[in-house]
Design a protein around this ligand. Sequence first.
Ligand SMILES: Nc1ncnc2c1ncn2[C@@H]1O[C@H](COP(=O)(O)OP(=O)(O)OP(=O)(O)O)[C@@H](O)[C@H]1O
Ligand SMILES: [Mg+2]
Length: 474
Amino acid sequence: MPNEAGESHAHRVLVVDDERGVQESLRMLLKQECDVATAAGIDAALDAIDVQTPDLILLDLLMPGRNGLELLKELEERGMRIPVIVLTATKAVATAVEAMKRGAADYVTKPFEPEALRLKVRALLAHGALEEEVVRLRAEVSGRQQVGGMIGRSPVMQDIFRAVERVAPSRASVLISGESGTGKELAARAIHQLSPRSEGPYVAVNCGAIPHNLIESELFGHERGAFTDAVAQRIGRFERAAGGTLLLDEIGELDPNVQVKLLRVLQERRIERVGSSVPIDIDVRIIAATNRNLTEDVETGRFRADLFYRINVVPIRMPALRERREDIRLIAERYLTRTAEESGRRGTFAPATLNAMETYAWPGNVRELENAIEHGLALCENELIELGDLPEDIARSSLTDSLRDDWRAGRVGFEDTVARFERDLLREALERSEWNQTRAAADLGITRRVLKLKMDKFAVAEGEDAKERTPRAR
Ligand SMILES: Nc1ncnc2c1ncn2[C@@H]1O[C@H](COP(=O)(O)OP(=O)(O)OP(=O)(O)O)[C@@H](O)[C@H]1O
Ligand SMILES: [Mg+2]
């Protein structure tokens, strides 16, 4: 519904109150952030809801005729989960409590503090919008969990699946970017497999791993005698990939000289072997991958802009694992099954292990996850992979979460929680510095004297069992 200025807001709030003055003041208060509709009683409110479902209801409890609580009952019967803020006179707080029991989200006493009410409205609207988004995303996820070996059920991975499928049939150059271990190589393979060239060769070359003086002959080949060590003719990767796909991995590492040559090859679609001037036509689909920010490299002149545009025809950005935590469990379970089959060991994840894996930051992304699982499977006893079986970083990072969980659940008080956390940081800094207190203090940004005081206070000493720190001693 448009407001007075004629604009329409994303959210709609229904004010149910018999007093016109209250209706008007609430409208004035909220009109900047939402559309406000009003109803003077329960029946009018139900009519308004039938016309257009509001995102939030502000409900006066004491109205002549039907009581406000009846609207809550009605909503419940209709299965409508609209959040309701109850408005109540200061003296009638008991009724507000009753309303909360019947499903109201919050209450405000009259006369209300405008800012406090606005904040409550905002919070509930934001929460509702989030819930809606979750529902939408769930529906959007079509249930596909795997395309060309890439596993994922998150919306971002669904986007990747679609991008890969869309680009595969063409010969367009693709630039896959993303942090280390996010599956760039896997995506490149998937594109090849889903392309009409899948019967042809798939050749990958790691531009970062080949010495600068050899990369040219590696890519384009050389004739015998082209340079001192060229004792025989060599066929380069471009020629070997003929009819198929060539992955230029870590393309950001290419030497400027080679960047120029590569650009020419891509433009002319022909190569010359080193030491030869005979051009050879090539029919190769190029995929490039990088974990660098090539746009930045172009700006700083480290990477040629013209080559960048040539390879960046279709960009695909692989999301970091922490951007798609919904996929962690799925990938972990699949990988565990596979690794268990291969290694002949068996194991399942303890709930705490899965929790830790789902909250950890995974700087090494899927590769790190795979390593963690192998680590856990190798160390676990009784076929149960516990938190302590995972590599130290992961077990440790989950400590703050478990501290917070204990605190939330009321098992540990504020002071103790903070103390445990402090103690853990002290231990970590000391272990890192091999118990050199000067270095540990510098690391923590405190003086050595304060460090000593804290070590005494928290009884942190070398050689003490680490049990307190990680859920299971190693
Ligand atoms: N979506 C995924 N589903 C299943 N496994 C994945 C997924 N993404 C990556 N992997 C696995 O993670 C490991 C690392 O993937 P890959 O080598 O493709 O990453 P990368 O981005 O090329 O890393 P780098 O930049 O270090 O070369 C591989 O074992 C790969 O199979
Ligand atoms: Mg790679």
